[in-house]
Design a protein around this ligand. Structure first.
Ligand SMILES: Cc1ncc(COP(=O)(O)O)c(C=O)c1O
Length: 384
């Protein structure tokens, strides 16, 4: 079987097709499916970009590993915001979105027959990228009993001498679970003992609903010596999903290997976009971030109140813009989500789209307009 044949169907393609069919049939659809912020990029960043785009020096190929000015801004941001010290030239790499970095990472180290540990529940890209690199994704479970954190004993039992990478994602999509520094410490020790490179997908690190600051893996590991890498993204932080700008930070060899893979594939991110990202992470960071995150607690409350009123069990969380919710007993996730679309015109994502462990759950994204959130909550509240 070829590698492409081994890829599972991409979750959101099936959902998009069902949604379009409902729309074509005249249903007024409220889409709470995809996690793509409804609001624009902050005006101040659009203005920086408008100026940057006119700069002729930015019209050439970007620097291969990323613009030095942006990498310095990232290093300063990491220090100030998370207390993390790294060498910007050897430990930071600019990405065309974090999906790109996650997708290319297995190519740095996976040979035919190697395996990679991926969370079940998780963003599907970790497993897909592993398959494309010729490796075998090996799932470990995230269960509600364990607060959607992995069981270290299970991880230890899954690792063998062909395990190359361990993917994690905290704050977690789809559950909203977060981990603390003690958890990271134990995991770093395990990965170092078993010689596995630890990857944290930190796309939601700054997406919090109560002003808290979830712990970065890099604040606990020593990225100068531990084989760790963390991927950060401006997509959700600043409503910039369309801009394609993110960065990887970690051990110099891991970052360097990813840079070498990318050298053969892409030519970096438009320098004007990088200049805008440098501004976003600079002095104005907190002032810019506050208004972006301000809408989510309100939206979550409206949605969770409606869900609770209708008798749904919701996983408590103050991170990410997702609500992770149990399907009523006796119904499968896919059947429930199809019924939500058919009966009340609301698109929600079935849990198994993130792995078999998602059976019995569904995800609501809070990235729809305030009106749609209110309307979706009303329909769900009146439904059952
Ligand atoms: C867990 C997770 N990681 C990574 C990404 C990719 O983000 P981007 O490529 O826009 O940085 C997403 C997007 O939804 C995500 O949910």
């Amino acid at each position: 079987m070829g590698r492409l044949d081994k890829l599972p169907p991409y979750l959101f393609s099936a959902i998009d097709a069902a949604k379009e069919k409902a729309r074509a049939a005249g249903v007024s659809v409220v889409d709470l499916g995809v996690g793509d912020p409804d609001r624009p990029t902050p005006r101040a960043l659009v203005d920086v970009m408008a100026q940057a785009i006119a700069e002729p020096a930015y019209h050439c190929y970007p620097a291969q590993r990323g613009d030095a000015h942006l990498k310095l801004a990232i290093a300063l941001w990491l220090k100030k915001r998370h207390g993390i010290q790294v060498d910007p030239t050897r430990q930071i790499l600019i990405l065309v979105g974090s999906k790109e970095g996650l997708g290319h990472l297995p190519l740095t180290c996976v040979q035919e027959g190697d395996n990679v540990l991926v969370p079940d529940l998780g963003y599907p890209v970790y497993g897909q990228a592993t398959i494309l690199a010729g490796g075998e994704p090996r799932s470990f479970s995230l269960t509600p009993e364990n607060g959607f954190k992995p069981d270290l004993k299970e991880l230890d039992s899954l690792i063998d001498d062909r395990t190359r990478l361990l993917f994690l994602n905290y704050p977690n999509n789809p559950t909203g679970a977060v981990v603390d520094s003690r958890f990271w410490k134990e995991l770093v020790a395990l990965c170092s003992r078993r010689q596995v490179t630890l990857v944290n997908d930190a796309a939601y690190l700054e997406v919090t609903l109560d002003g808290s600051r979830p712990t970065s893996l890099l604040a606990v590991a020593d990225p100068a010596t531990d084989r760790v890498i963390e991927l950060h993204s401006l997509s959700k932080m600043f409503n910039m999903t369309g801009w394609r700008i993110a960065f990887a930070v970690g051990h110099p060899d891991v970052v360097g290997d990813l840079a070498r893979v990318k050298e053969s594939i892409d030519s970096g991110v438009f320098t004007a976009v990088q200049a805008t990202a440098a501004h976003a992470l600079g002095e104005a960071f907190e002032e810019l971030l506050g208004p972006v995150m301000e809408v989510y607690p309100r939206r979550r409350k409206i949605m969770v109140d409606a869900l609770s009123k209708a008798g749904f069990e919701v996983f408590e969380s103050a991170a990410t813009f997702y609500v992770w919710c149990r399907v009523p007993a006796g119904e499968s996730s896919v059947d429930f989500c199809s019924r939500a679309l058919d009966e009340i015109g609301v698109v929600v994502t079935p849990g198994p789209g993130f792995g078999a462990g998602g059976e019995g759950w569904f995800r609501i994204s809070l990235t729809a307009s305030d009106n749609d959130i209110a309307e979706g909550a009303r329909r769900i509240g009146d439904w059952r």
